[in-house]
Design a protein around this ligand. Structure first.
Ligand code: ARG
Length: 471
């Protein structure tokens, strides 16, 4: 054995030192050092369990735990020397432990492998990230409810095919965004249960011959369950894939909202104004104010889709059990977490600062014949079959377009030419306010229904915040 491999924790069976490029190529410490806190937490729990079952003495376990605490302090103080030749976060910390406390440090890895260790670290880390994302999601949802409340009576055109369809309230539109994020929260809480499972004890792949107590370790680390198969525990990353799929959906929702913000803030729509501090200018066109933040939210959705595909592809052809491929799980997972976290923050910060141009939205709804369906419903209530009513109103709209007027601006005589069933009370139907107010059932767009849903959604948020539902 050459000198250099004698420093490796696994150097025993090697006859020559690792190629310098291969060493860099196979190392992960540059990115997995991010897991140092979870690695130390998992190691301490493992050492305590080993003492609990008598494999280590109490004194040995304590020496290990104190050494690990001291290492954590070094890392956080910035004095820890990360070494690429020690490959990853696990071996960097273990080597330092032995450096600090001597030979007893070498006992930490008893009954354990980096395979179950890294799976444990990622699960601990992701669990914490999910909790942070859940609170960020709650903040975004709260912002949407506040905006919905402020604009519960604000009328805007509702669209299908991006053509004006029927009047809706802006509050209702904000509640649609809110529902998407509410389901995203539920998805994360659900995924968390499958993340929160202990791999330790699986060791390399087959388990260990030491009399370990896995439930004890799980209890120390707050895991809800113990992985039931050692091969599966060290190899599958479905929990990370599932999380990233949920993250991609969050980004999809933010991207859809962002897309609407982009065109709403254009001169052509002019429905909202984004605060200057969320926009940038152009270096050549002095008049420009670009909606950069929403555009980036839309663009970053692509990154997270990419992360999801990276993880799915990473997993698809792996035979049991652990393969080094899995080292590639970290960067996409970290990127997905970082991207979603920053995006949710930007989204939640921006919402309260949006200026809603109520008059402009109202005008757009008025000009788009948005109450035509209400006129048809009116005729149905007078006994005309819906298909015939549809035809009658279609003709009335054509006439209104030819005259350059809104339906509500046609006089009664003109309207009655299309159907003698039309009376003066038709104008209640043709107003935008009348149209939205009529849709007051649960889930409808009426200001009253919007306020009812806001109340209910605030209760849901409160219960979630107190941990009464979900986790
Ligand atoms: N750095 C590795 C990873 O991220 C740790 C596990 C390595 N295990 C092994 N048998 N080489 O997956």
């Amino acid at each position: 054995m050459t000198e250099s491999n004698s420093a490796k924790l696994w150097g025993g069976r090697f006859g020559e030192s690792t190629d310098a490029f291969v060493e860099a190529f196979t190392a992960s410490v540059d990115f997995d050092r991010r897991l140092y806190r979870q690695d130390i937490e998992g190691s301490k729990a493992h050492a305590q369990m080993l003492a609990h079952v008598g494999v280590l003495s109490e004194a040995e376990s304590q020496a290990i735990c104190q050494g690990l605490d001291a290492i954590q302090a070094e890392i956080e103080a910035g004095t820890f020397r990360w070494d690429v030749s020690l490959e990853d976060v696990h071996m960097n910390i273990e080597a330092r432990l032995t450096g600090r406390i001597g030979d007893v440090g070498k006992k930490l890895h008893t009954g354990r492998s980096r395979n179950d260790q890294v799976a444990t670290d990622i699960r601990l880390w992701l669990r914490e990230q999910i909790d942070d994302l859940l609170s960020e999601l709650r903040r975004a949802r709260r912002s949407l409810l506040d905006l919905a409340e402020r604009e519960a009576d604000t009328i805007m055109p509702g669209f299908t095919h991006l053509q004006v369809a029927m009047p809706v309230t802006f509050g209702h539109h904000m509640l649609a965004w809110h529902e998407m994020l509410r389901r995203d929260s539920a998805r994360l809480r659900d995924a968390r249960r499958r993340v929160n499972v202990l791999p330790l004890g699986a060791a390399a792949l087959a388990g260990t011959s030491y009399p370990i107590d896995r439930a004890y370790t799980a209890g120390l680390l707050g895991f809800e369950a113990v992985a039931a198969n050692s091969l599966d525990a060290v190899s599958d990353r479905d929990f990370a894939i599932e999380f990233t799929a949920a993250a991609a959906l969050i980004m999809t929702h933010l991207s859809r909202a962002a897309e609407e913000m982009v065109f709403w803030s254009s001169a052509q729509f002019d429905f909202i104004e984004l605060p200057d501090r969320f926009c940038t200018g152009s270096s050549i066109m002095p008049q420009k104010k670009n909606p950069d933040v929403p555009e980036l939210l839309r663009g970053k959705a692509g990154r997270v889709n990419g992360d999801l595909f990276a993880l799915l592809t990473l997993m698809k052809a792996q035979p049991l059990a652990y393969n080094k491929d899995n080292q590639e799980d970290k960067e996409p997972l970290f990127d997905a977490v970082d991207t979603v976290s920053a995006s949710l923050r930007a989204f939640a910060d921006m919402l309260p600062a949006i200026r809603v141009k109520r008059e402009r939205m109202r005008e757009a709804a008025r000009q788009g014949y948005a109450t035509a369906t209400d006129l048809a419903d009116y005729l149905v209530r007078k006994g005309i079959p819906f298909r015939d009513a549809h035809e009658i109103v279609g003709k009335a709209v054509r006439q209104a377009i030819a005259l350059g007027r809104d339906l509500a601006e046609l006089d009664l005589e003109t309207l009655r030419r299309f159907s003698p069933e039309i009376d003066a009370d038709v104008y209640d139907m043709l107003t935008l306010e009348g149209s939205v107010a009529a849709r007051r059932h649960y889930g409808g767009t009426a200001p009253q229904a919007v306020r009812e849903r806001i109340r209910e959604a605030r209760e849901e948020l409160k219960a979630e915040g107190q941990g009464l539902t979900g986790r």
